[in-house]
Design a protein around this ligand. Sequence first.
Ligand code: ADP
Ligand code: MG
Ligand code: MG
Length: 895
Amino acid sequence: MFDFADGSREQVDLLGGKGANLAEMTKLGLPVPPGFTITTEACRYYLAQGEEPQSLRVQVTMALRRLEDQLGRRLGDVQDPLLVSVRSGAKFSMPGMMETVLNVGLNDYSVKGLADAAGDERFAWDSYRRLIQMFGRTVLGMPGALFEDALEAAKRRTGARTDVELPAEELTALVESFKQVVAAHTGREFPQDPREQLDMAMRAVFDSWNTERARIYRRRERIPHDLGTAVNVCAMVFGNLGETSGTGVCFTRDPATGKPGAYGDYLGNAQGEDVVAGIRNTLSLEDFARLDPASHAELTQVMRRLETHYRDLCDIEFTVERGKLWILQTRVGKRTAAAAFRIATQLIDERLITEDEALHRVTGEQLGQLLFPQFDADAQRELLTRGMAASPGAASGKLVFDSATAVEWAGRGEDVLLCRRETTPDDLAGMVAAAGVLTSRGGKTSHAAVVARGMGRTCVCGAEELDIDVETRTVKVNGTTLTEGDVVSIDGSTGEVFTGRLPVVASPVVNYLERGLDAALAEADPETADLVRAVDRLLRHADRTRRLRVRANADTAEDATRARDMGAEGIGLCRTEHMFLGERRVLIERLVLAEEAADREAALAELLPLQRADFVALLTEMDRLPVTIRLLDPPLHEFLPDRTELAVKVAVAEARGEADPEAERLLAAVDRLRETNPMLGLRGVRLGLLVPGLYAMQVRAIAEAAAERRNAGGAPIVEIMVPLVGSVMELHLIRDEIDQIITDIAESSGAQLEIPIGTMIELPRAALTARRVAEAAEFFSFGTNDLTQTTWGFSRDDVEASIFATYLEKGVFTVSPFESLDRDGVGALIRTAVASGRETRPTIKLGVCGEHGGDPESVHFFHDAGLDYVSCSPYRVPVARLEAGRAALAADTGL
Ligand code: ADP
Ligand code: MG
Ligand code: MG
């Protein structure tokens, strides 16, 4: 137990946020009504044992007596009663999740004492009816509607429009009917003993920690379930004492936009939550200043005091009782992403915080939110259905059901939404052309979702109510049938699907990243300009501070341009598989079908110039910046036609008495290559060792491209990366071939070629034997996606939809290990590989590619693990830059 006068804000674990800040304000000498805080420790005991500790009753009595003596009044006294509020308050604020009861101490006798002491009958009965109402709802667990209905009936009877117009007699009658409602519903009279009221309210606050909605909220916000809440018992002050009283909330700056200047709402003759409950129209702070200049002036001073003390935006609850200002709560206020950036830089300019502190106060997640266009929140909307929020953003367009149509219509300048049951690599062109992607199957890590996030394309996936019929080009949903060309809007941040086109607001921050500060400022209104300047400033500070380099995963020259716009300092992963799609697929088919060395070599010879041209374009775009190219990774059959399609083709031909030898051979090849578990089959370096000439062709294309660039006066920096290595021997074998090719090409072209060869670390065995692997690898790049799959034994595509919901619910993990790196397991392997890899080769370059490279929490881990760089999709690059800066700060200054 702590009196407000004895605590401080440092004790937030024990006193909860509300209690710690009440204590802090008391210490500052602000006008806070006195009271005391029952600690979270007592709550934890109560929740574990089912009853409060024995000593708590004694301590409450002592604290209560101190409070009574200080104020010269007794709790629930019949003459001039002390009343208290019993308020919840956990370490992390959980707005609206837990309970508070006001006016504790009122009963059939003290209500009269209160009326006499205040000289106001109406006020006393209004306070009493509020107590019964709140106590009934939160302590006795009664439906709030029981009371609201009675209140509405009373208003109707007297013709009152709002509660303040109810006269004293009517309120007296209302109290009577509230008491009857309580007795009827609970089978017990409303408790008249003030101390019993207090004890029951305290237990109700403890219990509110475990309500369903509180648990859900904590899961979402990743707040631990075992903290418990404190209980604050606070002397009542009354905003419902007539026209010179009222209650309000204010923020020292605008928490929605970050605009400087105070912002708030005030409601006259009101108590507690009335001001936010929307029961009457509130006044602005300007109106409040006209109504009660003295209180407003004092409030302004308090706001300044608090902002100076906390050096941040404060959120304040206050009450005016007959012209006297009381402060009831403060906390560092929650704010939108835009406000976070703007306020942080304002505070630098006001010399209240340092640049380091400002950087600490904004997060990568907030920056990520600022990058996506959004639907205009004020627009009218009609919800069609809902799916999973797979890739944020807001997109409207005409529905199309296949990739070719998407490309064709987009080519005519139309916005289209590609709507598929699920997407495959074949849909890539359509996804690029579309404004957004909508699927009826698959989870947040389905092909559609991963690819869409990678390209920054808006995506809603797994909208299961969609019944898509590609044949008739229609989709049925909830009784509506939409046809190709009908316009729909999808919100990738919420998973909502709307009919028609909704207006969007573009992200000025992306505009800034793509076109530079001056161009972005030129077309921005002052508010937006302030935001863009704030982002620029903090991002540049992060760049100055960070030690991790940030690269991007980019496969084409186009991706590379975007990556550079976003600030990437190189490419950490260029996948080569996309280079074998489309028209080039037939060449892979020929390679697979080749029966003799000559056929195979012919197919590879045709692929060589195509690959080389891809790499020349990429290296031109990334001149002077490192580009890590990964040799082919996926199993070859992924490039072959679908088995069912082939089987049908063969059968149809046979039925006609003809033969389709081409299809028959392909079908045989597909059957030959079929694997039970392709993820663990013939892929990665195994392809390189088993398919003669394949890796050699790729290496040749890379080396020739580098030579061509160098001879043309460029400065290519290219690295070759071998995937899925488990043993150093695999790498040695491949290297023998690779080194020879590079030497040959250096000689024949006359270009000086320095091409480091390294490996991905994506198998536990590679991590565990990194000391050996480093003998043959000049760099490691942690493929954290596969490493997570192989460490957990999860097949991502299979488990995410079927298992993860339950695992999250049961607390096996609090966040998917594919979203945020599993530090204990996968992280331990990474640390092992880092340490032993450096033992063998102190200068070994260490990076990470895979989506974790753009995840804020994972970036902090990679910094701590001592990696040299992270690589992520281009749109995550700014997020990684910011978080890498914050990680360096955290490590160096403890911020
Ligand atoms: P929350 O955590 O939901 O903000 P609070 O404990 O702050 O809940 O209380 C709810 C409302 O009651 C707030 O508007 C608060 O200002 C008001 N309130 C709490 N204690 C008192 C008090 N002692 N006197 C007057 N109003 C109070
Ligand atoms: Mg409050
Ligand atoms: Mg991999």
